[in-house]
Design a protein around this ligand. Sequence first.
Ligand SMILES: *[C@@H]1O[C@H](CO)[C@@H](O)[C@H](O)[C@H]1NC(C)=O
Ligand SMILES: *[C@@H]1O[C@H](CO)[C@@H](O)[C@H](O)[C@H]1NC(C)=O
Ligand SMILES: *[C@@H]1O[C@H](CO)[C@@H](O)[C@H](O)[C@H]1NC(C)=O
Ligand SMILES: *[C@@H]1O[C@H](CO)[C@@H](O)[C@H](O)[C@H]1NC(C)=O
Ligand SMILES: *[C@@H]1O[C@H](CO)[C@@H](O)[C@H](O)[C@H]1NC(C)=O
Ligand SMILES: *[C@@H]1O[C@H](CO)[C@@H](O)[C@H](O)[C@H]1NC(C)=O
Ligand SMILES: *[C@@H]1O[C@H](CO)[C@@H](O)[C@H](O)[C@H]1NC(C)=O
Ligand SMILES: *[C@@H]1O[C@H](CO)[C@@H](O)[C@H](O)[C@H]1NC(C)=O
Ligand SMILES: *[C@@H]1O[C@H](CO)[C@@H](O)[C@H](O)[C@H]1NC(C)=O
Length: 856
Amino acid sequence: MGTKSPALVLVFLLLSAMASLCLAVNVTYDGRALVIDGKRRVLVSGSIHYPRSTPDMWPDLIKKSKDGGLDIIETYVFWDMHEPVRGQYDFTGRKDLVKFIKLVAQAGLYVHLRIGPYVCAEWNYGGFPIWLHFLPGIQFRTDNEPYKAEMKRFTTKIVGMMKQEKLYASQGGPIILSQIENEYGNIDWEYGPKAKTYIEWAAQMATSQNTEVPWVMCQQNNAPDPMINTCNGFYCDQFTPNSDKKPKFWTELWSGWFTSWGDPVPYRPTEDIAFGAARFYQLNGTLLNYYMYHGGTNFGRTSGGPFITTSYDYDAPIDEFGLLRQPKWGHLKDLHDAIKLCEEPMVETFGNTTSLGPNLEVTVYKTESGQCAAFLANLDNQTDATVNFNGNSYDLPAWSVSILPDCQNVVYNTAKINSATTIPKFILQATQNSTLSVASNQNGTTSGPPLSQWSWFHEPVGISSKSAFVLLGLVEQINTTADKSDYLWYSISTQINGNDPLLRDGSQILLHVDSLGHALYAYVNGKLAGSGKGSNSNNMASLEVPVSLEPGNNRIDLLSLTVGLKNYGAFFDLRGAGITGPVQLKGSSNGSTIDLSSESWTYQIGLKGEEVGLPSGGGSQLWVKGPVLPRKTPLTWYKFFVAPGGTSPVVIDFTGMGKGQAWVNGQSIGRYWQSDVSPNGKCTVTCDYRGNYDQNKCLKNCGKPTQEQYHVPRSWLKPFGNVLVLLEEAGGDPTAISFGTRETGHICSKVSEDYPMPLDMWHSNHLQSKNVKPTLSVQCPSPNQVISELQFVSFGNPHGTCGSFTHGRCRSKRARRIVHRACMGKAKCSFEVSVNAFGDPCANVTKSLVVEASCS
Ligand SMILES: *[C@@H]1O[C@H](CO)[C@@H](O)[C@H](O)[C@H]1NC(C)=O
Ligand SMILES: *[C@@H]1O[C@H](CO)[C@@H](O)[C@H](O)[C@H]1NC(C)=O
Ligand SMILES: *[C@@H]1O[C@H](CO)[C@@H](O)[C@H](O)[C@H]1NC(C)=O
Ligand SMILES: *[C@@H]1O[C@H](CO)[C@@H](O)[C@H](O)[C@H]1NC(C)=O
Ligand SMILES: *[C@@H]1O[C@H](CO)[C@@H](O)[C@H](O)[C@H]1NC(C)=O
Ligand SMILES: *[C@@H]1O[C@H](CO)[C@@H](O)[C@H](O)[C@H]1NC(C)=O
Ligand SMILES: *[C@@H]1O[C@H](CO)[C@@H](O)[C@H](O)[C@H]1NC(C)=O
Ligand SMILES: *[C@@H]1O[C@H](CO)[C@@H](O)[C@H](O)[C@H]1NC(C)=O
Ligand SMILES: *[C@@H]1O[C@H](CO)[C@@H](O)[C@H](O)[C@H]1NC(C)=O
């Protein structure tokens, strides 16, 4: 383009000034709806926490959210990341909050900004910067002047930034809601009478920020006006706000649950999330937010808990790697489309809910002008039902809700999934050529980089730093390290007389160590003697192991570790960690015990490799190369080069390793803990979606490492010369690590004759919709792929699930041929699910069409 004339520039400026004036939006609310510029709305929102993905992923995540039918993206603001040192702010890279919000705005979505600044979120220390803990006289989350001053300062800082960038709706920006505090009502009674004055202050402080958009306080029944109190939970249909002038909001609909090291992995069935969401909208619900819609990854040392895994996948509709989790994403998209068809009557009136029999409820939203939408619910967790409503008869599976945007035709039922299912797969990277896969370097199956590409460094056991210091007695860890590192060495040399009963009676000597948590390794005379660990439910770690001592000097080096700082509960900030004792040497015979707890200990914060910056290229003279790679050696750093292939998300499988941390090109991909295997017994092969869900109901990965695959963001990789650095604490075999990509595997669709009509037929056809049959579609995950193989096709009564379908007794002979002709080589194909298309292999049986395909 050539240069613009001054006149054109002027016109352009005028137009943009007018545009921004026109775009300024007035957001208010009443008891039924959020009112955006006079338009009453029922809305769908989803959580994406910007630091749990990388900026290059944001546009795609936001697009997939929009395509999934969201109106709003919700995020917390992470104080600890933005102000790591008091007064020094950081909004770069993954911390670029303004960029994230602008991308959401560009996609045409709104933002709910949950400032907190306490966020919980399974995030390190609940999002508080650790320096806050060291301010004199401070008490967190109560009516305490030093705390309130800091909370107000950070809130004002964030609101100021948003205003400066014109990001509030009142300025033409996307932010329509904002949150102060977070789930305080769950624990506020523990703070006594000051809890009430604190929450009143917080409300007043927020209001005084003059954002001109409504504020929310979640899980806070006594939220003062004009704060909207909202609900968080697996279900919130029975919630009512504390005033009939406030709309019913659900700020956290838990789409799954977080994962803790050593535990199985929770998941939540799609039909049950859809049921919970539909019930909420049925019973006067105005806005719900999926927590999480994309969970992402706890990179670095950001995970809280303690013991929260590096993956924060959360079984969300978009998986950790940014791929659609199907059918969850698709079935919820269909729900959102159905809700939008009901929006007009829903925002104009409240629902009128009546019983149609035991566990059967109908809700009608009917306007004076005659618009009508209805929800039919079967709350029974076992028995399907047939109900009569408005002169028609409707089948309602147990634990399901049907949606009728015209009070006649069912467009959606929460238990009938039209959407395809996909199975993700891990594709091991090609071996010979690339150095991506580091399989065995043994004879025969050689595949990884040549041994010459490996270097290693043995982290010294015990004190190696000049900054080590001596203190009398055992110290609490967080107060000591200020969370600069996971690691704190506790070191002591103890003189043991040859005549000491401990040595003299010749019995086994035990080293006993008690710790507040979270994990520890004990070295005696430079050798690993044992380890201990806590868990998310009990953080304390301890050990009692046999050790061999010599007459004379014996050195005991205890390495204590945090695994993410606590993020939840009253006074969580005061919960300590580290080896607070007792530490004892015990004879196995009675009486002979040496208690070391009150002796002089030497302390070192962090490891030598951290001090010299091995992960980011420092201390390069320390790396060693040689013909024999050390394996199963505790406290070893490893370094080698990797090169990524393809464009799909990159994954590392740490099989063979124990516990540690990993960095790619200096960026921490998080902690890994391959040796923490979840116990057997709590998992079930299938999980019945019917009945109340909680996080212990549906579990997977029993008997396996809690987390096996770790996400390496594409944007941290270069075409060549990528450096992977590992710190292995317990001892592992790095040559067993594999690299790969995460791809969509098989696609399965199953649709029955009795399923609701396709939603996209609704607008064009709804008058004669009785004749519209359900359809099944198969679509490749990427537009440049085509269907290349049909693993299974059946029209009849097939059994099984994606990956393991089998034919039933009733089966159309034509189905495979018809589907083959229509699908092979195409990116998408779809079929009417009816005997018109496939013939009738068995009368009086409700038939389903099943297609399992793969694309390439
Ligand atoms: C915003 O809307 C409310 C109610 O709809 C109205 O009372 C108020 O005056 C409006 N504010 C602005 C700035 O238009
Ligand atoms: C919906 O709101 C109306 C009006 O406040 C009320 O009468 C009705 O009971 C509410 N329904 C439910 C299920 O709470
Ligand atoms: C609610 O529905 C019932 C059953 O159809 C009806 O009898 C009642 O009049 C309705 N109530 C209102 C307030 O419309
Ligand atoms: C290995 O490299 C050769 C030549 O560069 C290429 O033709 C071949 O496809 C590659 N093999 C794999 C498995 O990537
Ligand atoms: C591995 O290969 C080398 C060289 O071919 C051979 O000398 C050695 O015996 C082999 N080792 C094993 C375990 O097969
Ligand atoms: C940390 O130090 C402070 C100040 O000395 C003390 O009040 C607090 O109890 C310590 N925290 C723990 C967990 O020991
Ligand atoms: C220690 O003494 C108690 C009672 O005196 C006895 O029951 C126990 O067996 C003794 N333990 C060992 C290890 O000798
Ligand atoms: C199913 O419903 C029955 C009766 O209401 C109840 O006792 C039972 O706990 C429910 N089961 C589940 C899994 O929710
Ligand atoms: C199907 O059901 C109808 C009515 O119940 C019956 O008349 C007919 O014989 C049945 N057909 C078959 C094939 O079972």
